[in-house]
Design a protein around this ligand. Structure first.
Ligand code: F6P
Length: 367
């Protein structure tokens, strides 16, 4: 599939940009890039407050480059974000189309995840004030890294670093007390963050939803890992569990405690849920750069006449349309992104199969 190209846009055209869904560190850096490159090509760039919710309320204002220069090193999103329930309804769609027409937008850049891109496509080709069909561009941003078409989404690297830093701290106290820690990290349906952070922080094992294990299997895995580590006189045991694993962390701990009570009465375990801590904080240099590069190409591609694409971080020539702007950034058609993402979520794609296989391999390697 190649990205769709219609007529080029012109200097002075109005482009809206919004951040949507869960915030991700690097969203501000993306906004800054979009604002600066938009100015460079001559677009009039309007920021939409609070995602689709703000779009429905017509809350649009020119992007403030000075404020974004300052915000680019901070987490969250200066525009605000939301998960709108009204936008997907027929009334919401009609309102969004009216606002777009009245604001004079000819393009909309959506920075967010799977749900946000799905929402953007509903507006594709909407009638604009100048008569040209509305163009849509997406930037992948979600700490979960559950979007296809990009090897990394904006925010993933920062979230991973935050988890690793937290684990480093926990390992200090774990080793001091000879304790076992079960750390739960975000990732709604996807174990990517848990697995990558687990490898980077030296976890003894990682529990992710993709392996599809039952409660009994997970408890047995934990008991085995703990027994082995205790026998090896290990002073600390670190287990990372993805939020996406459907069994509650406290239930797993109770199961394992029950199994080990007789055999290893000295095993002392604690739970730490990192939760939203992982979503905040200053973006890493990688996330700032990734956001800047994806934003740069999105704006330039809109100007050239492309539509219905997400800028994805891929190796040169891997998939999508690679422009002269940056050989590492491809224009991946959003229908392809969503189709592949659905397969990724259902476990029915080569990437999903690879992740599942490699997670099992890594489990063994870590043990
Ligand atoms: O999609 C990003 C994410 O942080 C998930 O990891 C998590 O399950 C979810 O958002 C939490 O959403 P909320 O902030 O709305 O509770």
């Amino acid at each position: 599939m190649i990205a769709e190209m219609i007529s080029p846009l012109s200097s002075g055209d109005k482009i809206g940009v919004l951040t949507s869904g869960g915030d991700a560190p690097g969203m501000n850096a993306a906004l800054r890039a979009v604002a600066r490159v938009g100015r460079e090509v001559g677009f009039s760039m309007l920021g939409v407050e609070d995602g689709y919710q703000g779009l429905l309320a017509g809350r649009l204002a020119p992007l403030d480059i000075a404020a974004l220069d300052d915000a680019a090193r901070r987490g969250g999103t200066l525009l605000g974000t939301a998960r709108s329930k009204v936008f997907p309804t027929p009334e919401g769609q009609a309102t969004a189309r009216r606002v777009i027409r009245e604001a004079g937008l000819v393009g909309l850049i959506v920075i967010g995840g799977n749900g946000s891109l799905t929402g953007a496509r509903a507006l594709l080709g909407a009638e604009t004030a100048s008569g040209v069909p509305l163009r849509i561009a997406g930037l992948p941003a979600s700490i979960d890294n559950d979007l296809a078409g990009t090897s990394m989404a904006i925010g993933v690297d920062t979230a991973m670093n935050t988890i690793v830093e937290a684990c480093d701290r926990i390992l200090d106290t774990a080793a001091a007390h000879r304790r076992t820690f079960l750390i739960e990290v975000m990732g709604r349906d996807c174990g990517y963050l848990a697995m990558t952070a687990g490898i980077a922080s030296g976890a003894d094992t990682v529990l992710v939803p993709e392996t599809g294990k039952t409660r009994e299997e997970l408890a047995a895995q934990l008991a085995r890992v703990i027994e082995k580590a205790v026998k090896a006189q290990r002073r600390r045991i670190l287990v990372i569990k993805s939020e996406g694993v459907a069994i509650k962390t406290e239930d797993l701990k109770a199961d394992v405690d029950a199994v080990l009570r007789e055999r290893l009465p000295d095993v002392d375990s604690r739970i730490t849920v990192l939760g939203h801590v992982v979503r905040g904080g200053s973006p890493t240099a990688f996330d700032r750069l990734l956001a800047a590069r994806l934003g740069n190409v999105a704006v330039r591609a809109l100007f050239e006449g492309y539509t219905d694409f997400m800028t994805g971080w891929v190796g040169p020539g891997v998939q999508g349309t690679v422009t002269a702007h940056d050989p590492y950034v491809a224009l991946v058609p959003i229908p392809q992104v969503l189709e592949e993402t659905a397969k990724l979520h259902s476990g029915d794609s080569p990437l999903a199969a690879w992740r599942k296989r490699v997670y099992r391999e890594v489990e063994t390697v870590l043990e």
